[in-house]
Ligand binder design. Structure first.
Ligand SMILES: Cc1cc2nc3c(=O)[nH]c(=O)nc-3n(C[C@H](O)[C@H](O)[C@H](O)COP(=O)(O)OP(=O)(O)OC[C@H]3O[C@@H](n4cnc5c(N)ncnc54)[C@H](O)[C@@H]3O)c2cc1C
Ligand SMILES: NC(=O)c1ccc[n+]([C@@H]2O[C@H](COP(=O)([O-])OP(=O)(O)OC[C@H]3O[C@@H](n4cnc5c(N)ncnc54)[C@H](O)[C@@H]3O)[C@@H](O)[C@H]2O)c1
Length: 485
């Protein structure tokens, strides 16, 4: 976790590009621009790597990796190996999580970016007018600016919440002790990933979700598989939970009062109720840059209302609002490079964007859900294949889950969702097929190594062809060829 060291000295810098924020989005755009020979100033007020490295993707996946080991130990008996309840040393789990961040941090470090030729500045950047940014005593007048200030946890106004200690993604990865009982408010990606990881590490966990179901953005059929898995791990999942207030519990911890009178007590409280774009403190008004609750307003080319300024990553709203992922931030960075440095036309929102929730089983999706496809396309076909019918999954006893592909009657792929082991890896052929306009029959025609989980894609795709095997004309043709000898 590194802070930007030193400043580049007083005076006015006039680079090709000035990037505000060194998270996934800002680092990506700065490194590509520098590699193309553009002069780049990169300003970060806090930690290089932003949320993903320090308080997001990396620590959460490191925690999940520890949880997976704990689960494997419990299930080892199924494979004939002496199993047992794992002894979890939370201080060592914490050290593993911090070690994972430290292992990746050099890739995002000031030293690496300076070696690339990027002028890295420590400080809080702020527009003073439409053409000027200041950071500390440094003034930057760049040909183009990129706002990449990210997002922060959106904390709901629940009576009493501010009077009790609570955790967010910004603090939970600093926890060293074992919670007696973790209460998680919010059943989105952050909530379910962290809840399950803690549960598998031996902590009693309750999820309180105000909506009707967990992972509301996902196809209900697929999210339902994750919901059942969480419950069978022993997590108390309360959907439709309306919180009236929160107060300190008698003794230690918190007491969450639900409407209806039920009380949920926990030693620790995690608030995981969504994200809020960072649009404050950067002088957007002074630069004539419009914003709203979705973030810094951008058009399809990621330009703000100030034509010299782009906004990318989690802070981008308007035409870029919606998916807040590191791979989306990186994609935005590529579009800005094409538009700002090469003046090529670009349009955000055209490429299919995969999303993965790293629960056990994982849930990965791309494109439309069944309901969205029915609404937009009317007649569709649904193709399914169960992991229980995949030989590799059987040998590994990872038979939970299935693939669900949504296609047009002519085989155009509208969406695919996979819930099961390695779903995040298995979604890629579907992403490739969708982005290249390939049909489901193209996926059916590929040769897949046996025995691999990847065969679930072939099996699902072959489902599309099965009705033609029943077609009387096809059967007559086969019989005719047979008679020919
Ligand atoms: C718990 C959790 C788990 C996640 N897991 C995944 C995952 O598995 N996969 C995935 O794809 N996504 C995941 N995400 C989402 C991912 O972290 C974000 O989409 C990504 O970090 C966005 O990158 P960004 O550069 O837009 O913003 P950030 O990473 O937030 O970076 C913005 C940077 O701008 C800096 N900044 C802000 N204002 C200023 C200013 N005025 N001057 C200078 N600097 C400033 C901030 O300090 C920060 O470093 C997760 C998020 C969370 C919370
Ligand atoms: N694996 C990944 O890629 C990954 C992992 C974590 C986070 N992320 C990113 O971070 C974003 C934010 O995740 P998140 O889970 O914080 O947000 P989210 O918006 O996905 O989910 C928040 C949940 O909290 C619920 N909620 C809101 N207020 C509530 C209240 N008062 N009481 C009870 N429930 C309440 C909402 O109904 C919603 O289901 C994700 O959308 C994603 O872009 C990605």
């Amino acid at each position: 976790m590194e802070k930007l060291a030193g400043q580049e000295g007083r005076g006015v810098l006039r680079p090709d590009l000035c990037v505000i924020g060194a998270g996934s989005a800002g680092l990506s755009v700065a490194s590509i621009a520098a590699s193309l020979g553009a002069s780049v100033v990169l300003i970060e007020k806090n930690r290089m790597g932003g949320d993903c490295l320090n308080v997001g993707c990396v620590p959460s996946k490191a925690l999940i990796a520890a949880a997976l080991h704990a689960r494997s130990m419990r299930e080892a008996g199924d494979f004939g190996i002496g199993a047992g309840e794992p002894i979890v040393d939370f201080a060592k789990v914490h050290a593993h999580v911090k070690g994972s961040i430290a292992a990746i941090a050099p890739m995002d470090s000031v030293e690496r970016y300076r070696a690339m030729g990027v002028s890295a500045i420590e400080g809080e950047a702020r527009f003073t007018d439409a053409h000027t940014v200041v950071a500390g005593d440094q003034t930057i007048r760049a040909r183009r600016f990129v706002i990449a200030t990210g997002s922060r946890p959106a904390v709901p106004s629940i009576p009493g919440l501010e009077q009790v200690p609570y955790l967010t993604n910004e603090t939970i990865f600093d926890l060293i002790e074992k919670p007696e009982h973790l209460v998680v408010i919010g059943g989105g990606a952050v909530g379910v990933e962290i809840a399950q990881a803690y549960r598998l590490l031996g902590v009693p966990v309750t999820i309180l979700e105000s909506g009707e179901r967990l992972l509301a953005q996902e196809d209900p059929e697929m999210a339902g598989v994750v919901d059942r898995a969480l419950r069978s791990d022993g997590i108390a999942v309360k959907t439709g939970a309306s919180i009236d207030g929160i107060k300190p519990a008698e003794g230690e911890g918190v007491s969450v009062v639900l409407s209806g009178g039920e009380t949920v007590e926990g030693s620790h409280l995690l608030v995981a109720t969504g994200r809020q774009p960072v649009v404050d403190g950067i002088g957007l008004d002074a630069a004539g840059i419009a914003f709203d609750a979705s973030g810094v307003l951008v058009d399809r080319s990621l330009k703000t209302s100030n034509r010299r300024v782009y906004a990318i990553g989690d802070c981008a709203g308007g035409a870029a609002s919606g998916a807040r992922f590191t791979h989306v931030a990186n994609h935005h960075a590529g579009l800005v490079i094409r538009n700002a440095l090469f003046r090529l036309p670009v349009r955000v929102g055209q490429a299919p964007v995969p999303r993965v929730t790293y629960t056990m089983p994982e849930l990965a999706s791309v494109g439309l859900t069944e309901a969205q496809a029915r609404e937009q396309h009317g007649t569709i076909r649904i193709l399914r294949w169960a992991f229980a019918d995949n030989d590799r999954a059987r040998t590994e006893r990872q038979t939970e889950g299935h693939v669900k592909a949504v296609v047009t009657p002519r085989g155009r792929i509208l969406g695919c969702s996979i819930v099961g082991a390695h779903a995040g890896e298995l979604i890629m052929p579907w992403v490739l097929a969708m982005s290249r306009g390939m049909k489901v029959s193209h996926l059916a025609g590929l040769i897949y190594p046996y025995p691999t989980f990847s065969e679930v894609t072939k099996s699902t795709a072959v489902e599309f062809l099965k009705p033609s095997a029943q077609n009387p004309w096809v059967r007559r043709l086969v019989s005719l060829v047979r008679r020919l000898g």
